[in-house]
Design a protein around this ligand. Structure first.
Ligand code: ADP
Length: 445
């Protein structure tokens, strides 16, 4: 095992990684931007180092600064967390060149899976179902119109290098497609520095179901079942749960096996997630793979009892996976609510500012992964996620009841958060029945 690693991230995930390391006796170096100088998790790291100003381009996204910090502090490995450099194959490659272990897959796997067009091709070769769509990125508006007519409307344009729900446009007819094509390209170019877009059949009232996997260098690969992330706004997840209320045992089995086939085809090593969309007829299609730890990983940890972050470190240090597939069960039900500093009543607009009141929920079944507190200043420079409230109970109904009372206990003010919306969702008949899809929140609220 490593004796010392650097965490190239901030906020709740930096804190989560510090916690994993402290339990394993691994020393940590936490980096921070000037805006995060007073973060409460920093004193919990063995060493801290300032890597620049608040602007992510000059700190958390700045490869030379992070590599310099790693070299100065003499670490053996870097954990990238999620977001920032976590899916940068270039960063993973530079780590390799500098003889620093990147805690994640090889840059080669990241490159294929990070390009959604290439990932679709790989999925097709691995006999993982893909939604009807273009084989390559679509070069022109006319070509998009020709393909869409062939596939049938509605269609969705997606950025090949996309992530975080950006660069996506749904089109219901040729006219809207032609307009969407250019705006999707422009958004992709500005967000991902690559304007390539491709086309897929838009699956109406689909559910988002993803499979967690772990794979090691010795060729062992296991899955840790699914997470249902159908509750979204603007194609971004808000609430995740496991097990998925939509899956029967045989479909669950097919999904998990398909995820492992893709991981194998990509020579995947470390923790990863294979995402699928499940349509109204219970047919599933590969949508993308995420080559990192996910925000929603705690629900999987709770029902399987496996610490995913600790396994990321073990695998990266060369240990084989000692867990056996048959020993990994789904024990009970877990739900996560992403606590965002956003105003749900105002189009989910971000609400940066100072937290004056903060009271954390607790008690049986409650896990809170959160780095903020009273007096904390939420910066508009970073993501609006300020914490994750996760519950674990014997049944889904009990988990919902637990989440409801934990949300009621949770007090954060005066800034607006997504908590009031989640309270309504927990009591909504459709959610309680498990009958939701990716458009549920936007249709209902
Ligand atoms: P990102 O990498 O930006 O998160 P994904 O490919 O994971 O993009 O898609 C995010 C979400 O967008 C999905 O969970 C789903 O809600 C929606 N989506 C993507 N592709 C389709 C599709 N073909 N049909 C319907 N919804 C889709």
């Amino acid at each position: 095992m490593f004796s010392r690693i650097l965490i190239a991230n901030r906020g709740e995930i930096a804190q989560r990684i510090i916690r994993a390391c402290r339990e394993m006796g691994v020393q940590t170096v936490a980096v921070y931007s000037e805006a995060d100088r007073h973060a409460r998790y920093l004193p919990l790291a063995d060493e801290t180092i300032c890597i620049g100003p608040a602007d992510p381009a000059e700190s958390y996204l700045n490869i030379p600064r992070i590599i310099s910090a790693a070299e100065i502090t003499n670490v053996e490995a870097i954990h990238p967390g999620y977001g920032f450099l976590a899916e940068s194959a270039q960063f993973a490659e530079i780590c390799r060149d500098c003889k620093i272990q990147f805690i994640g897959p090889d840059p080669e796997s990241m490159r294929v899976l990070g390009d959604k067009v290439e990932a679709r091709k790989l999925a097709a070769r691995a006999k993982v179902p893909i939604a009807p769509g273009s084989e390559e990125s679509v070069p022109t508006e006319d070509e998009a119109a020709r393909l869409a007519a062939q596939i049938g409307y509605p269609v969705i344009l997606k950025a090949a290098a996309g992530g975080g729900g950006r660069g996506m446009r749904i089109a219901h007819n040729e006219m809207s497609l032609r307009v969407a094509f250019h705006s999707a390209q422009t958004e992709a170019a500005s967000a991902f520095k690559k304007s390539d877009v491709y086309l897929e059949k838009y699956l109406e009232q689909a559910r988002h179901v993803e499979v967690q996997i772990l794979a090691d260098r010795a060729g062992n690969a296991i899955h840790l079942w699914e997470r249902d992330c159908s509750l979204q706004r603007r194609h971004q997840k808000l609430i995740e749960e496991t097990p998925s209320p939509a899956l029967k045992a045989d479909l669950r089995d097919q999904l998990c096996k398909a995820a492992l086939r893709l991981a194998k085809a990509a020579n995947y090593v470390n923790a990863g997630t294979v995402e699928f969309l499940l349509d109204k007829d219970q047919k599933f299609y590969f949508s993308e793979a995420n080559t990192r730890i996910q925000v929603e990983h705690p629900v999987t940890e709770l029902v399987t009892g496996v610490d995913l972050v600790q396994w990321q470190l073990r695998i990266a240090s060369g240990e084989p996976i000692k867990l056996r597939q048959k020993d990994i069960g789904q024990n009970g039900a877990a739900i996560e609510c992403r606590i965002n500093a956003e105003d749900p009543a105002n189009g989910f607009s971000p609400c940066p500012g100072r937290i004056e009141r903060f009271f954390a929920p607790g008690g049986p079944g409650v896990r809170l992964d959160c780095h903020v507190h009273a007096g904390y200043e939420i910066s508009s420079r970073y993501d609006s996620l300020i914490g994750k409230l996760i519950v674990h109970r014997r049944t889904r109904a009990e988990a919902i009841a637990c989440m409801k009372r934990a949300l009621e206990e949770f007090e954060i003010g005066p800034i607006k958060t997504t908590i009031p919306l989640y309270l309504e969702i927990m009591s909504h008949r459709q959610f309680v029945k498990g009958h939701v899809d990716t458009g549920f929140i936007e249709r209902t609220w």
